[in-house]
Design a protein around this ligand. Structure first.
Ligand SMILES: C[S@@+](CC[C@H](N)C(=O)[O-])C[C@H]1O[C@@H](n2cnc3c(N)ncnc32)[C@H](O)[C@@H]1O
Length: 293
């Protein structure tokens, strides 16, 4: 590379890195993000949609990233991103863009609206909540890890003890006998489950009635393997999934229950996307998102 080109390149990097530093300062000072990972993860999500370019006079400017122009198989996610899946082998498809798992999806949701509490139902040791917080999720609000097993709650409490600034609370919870009193007093709740209702053979209406209480705004996401209960795009993944679910005595009624809750006016909006997350083609994750207002 000629000396002139090299000089130009370094000059453009000087501009770009200082523009990014200004973004970091904004995240720290205005959003209260407090670890290097949280800050860079926030910028990465922003730059998935915006490209940092240079104007004619050399000043930095973010411009909206152009659409890839690939026809989306599943339509648009409610976070303004398109589901794009690719066929790998006959009837087996794989999430190629947008979200491979629940982590960045949750972050796009918390980037877009305020919450005063977050709860994961069937949380295990709290991996998804920890990733959400570490990736730049909201500060200064409680993250509830609602879990049936004592060992899961115990492991979560141990992890919570490692970071005094992170208000991670482990609470006992059973989908089959739901007690949501720990959410009393919170008005804007993000709730989610990830491959947890899958283990509840028949989810009852009571869980949705309690969660969708009129005392609070609820935004709820279920990332669960219910695709085989939908007939659209029926294919190998659905077949395999149904075999597995029936063999294990796993859930078969989540989607039917959500539709019932919508019909009865317990929930106000329901969005469903079949088999759009997850890396296992024999057990892909479908998504249902509902709100109660
Ligand atoms: C496959 S793990 C998923 C854990 C966590 N959601 C994750 O994504 O890492 C399923 C979890 O659901 C919990 N679970 C199963 N049945 C439950 C029930 N009836 N009530 C609450 N949690 C339950 C299990 O104890 C387990 O922690």
């Amino acid at each position: 590379m000629s000396g002139g080109r090299k000089k130009e390149l370094f000059k453009s990097y000087e501009t770009r890195w200082s523009a990014r530093k200004a973004m970091f300062e904004k995240y720290v000072e205005e959003m209260g993000l407090d670890t290097p990972y949280a800050v860079i993860s926030r910028l990465t999500r922003f730059e998935n949609d915006w490209v940092l370019g240079l104007e004619h006079d050399g000043s930095p400017k973010y411009v909206r990233r152009p659409s890839l122009g690939i026809a989306s198989k599943q339509g648009n996610a409610p976070t303004n991103k398109s589901w794009v899946t690719v066929e790998t082998v006959e009837g087996v498809y794989y999430p190629a863009l947008t979200y491979k798992g629940i982590g960045p999806f949750l972050l796009d949701i918390t980037d877009a609206r305020p919450f005063d509490a977050i709860v994961e139902f069937g949380s295990g040791y709290g991996k998804n909540l920890i990733n959400l917080y570490s990736g730049g999720g909201p500060r200064g609000i409680p993250y509830f890890a609602a879990e049936f097993t004592e060992a899961g709650r115990d492991a979560c409490s141990y992890l919570a003890g490692l970071d005094a600034a992170f208000d991670l609370r482990s609470v006992p919870f059973d989908f089959n006998a739901p007690d949501l009193s720990f959410l009393d007093g919170f008005n804007r709740v993000l709730a989610f489950s990830n491959h947890a209702i899958e283990q509840v053979e028949e989810i009852g209406l009571e869980f949705f009635e309690l969660l969708a209480s009129e005392d609070r705004d609820v935004y709820c996401l279920h990332a669960e393997p219910f695709g085989f209960t939908m007939k659209e795009h029926w294919g190998k993944p659905s077949e395999k999934q149904e075999e597995g679910a029936r063999a294990m005595g796993f859930n078969v009624n989540l989607l039917a229950r959500l539709n019932e809750a919508a019909e009865k006016g317990i929930i106000a909006s329901l969005y469903v996307a079949k088999e759009v997350l997850g890396g296992d083609p024999t057990n892909p994750t479908s998504v249902a998102i509902w709100t109660n207002r």
